[in-house]
Design a protein around this ligand. Structure first.
Ligand code: HEC
Length: 163
């Protein structure tokens, strides 16, 4: 009789512990799209202890190249040759491999199209416009996948005063 009681007592306390755990895990915050956006990339100047992904390195090149283009356009200089290496955006290994999708490819395509268009435009005012359109494509993708650098990217845009 005593033994039986002991066992049932132990069983119910075990059940309480189990319920407590279920409750805890149920209450843990769900991953929102915003968090996904932040976790799938690092801030532009932060040091990633795991080393930078291939895509992150490519992005840094894309960023410095874009600010170079910006200078060329503002100073009415001829652009360098089209950076074919940026095609790697389709295959470069990302920090968060789950970003790879048809939607991601579409964003990549839109960006490369706008970049290509910028290289085909000759007139100064149209070049500024085409440049800002390209930066908009960087931002579109970043709003979806990697919100951290959006502020830095937005600064690339050529403002009215510089036109
Ligand atoms: C198709 C989507 C997409 C487009 C277009 C895109 N990015 Fe990115 N970008 C990402 C993703 C995803 C990461 C995170 C890369 C990683 O950590 O693997 C990233 C990372 C970055 C970073 C941070 C790199 C680092 O040091 O970790 C910068 C800066 C950046 N992008 C700038 C740009 C600029 C400038 C453009 C346009 C010229 C651009 N991006 C276009 C998706 C995109």
């Amino acid at each position: 009789m005593m033994r039986n009681k002991f066992f049932t007592g132990n069983f119910s306390s075990g059940l309480i512990v189990l319920l407590f755990f279920l409750l805890l895990s149920g209450c843990s915050p769900k991953k929102t799209t915003d968090e996904h956006g932040k976790s799938s990339c690092m801030k532009p100047d932060s040091i990633n202890p795991n080393g930078s992904s291939e895509l992150a390195k490519l992005m840094r090149n894309m960023h410095s190249h874009a600010s170079l283009l910006r200078d060329y356009i503002i100073n009415d200089r001829t652009l360098d040759t089209f950076p074919v290496s940026f095609q790697k955006i389709y295959t470069a290994k990302a920090t968060d491999s789950t970003v790879r999708s048809n939607a991601f490819d579409k964003f990549s395509e839109n960006y490369l199209n706008r970049l290509q268009n910028l290289y085909s435009v000759k007139d100064g005012a149209s070049r500024k416009h085409a440049f800002n359109e390209m930066v908009d494509q960087c931002i579109s993708c970043h709003n979806q996948y990697c919100t951290g650098p959006v502020k830095v990217i937005s600064k690339l845009k050529i403002g009215e005063a510089e036109k």
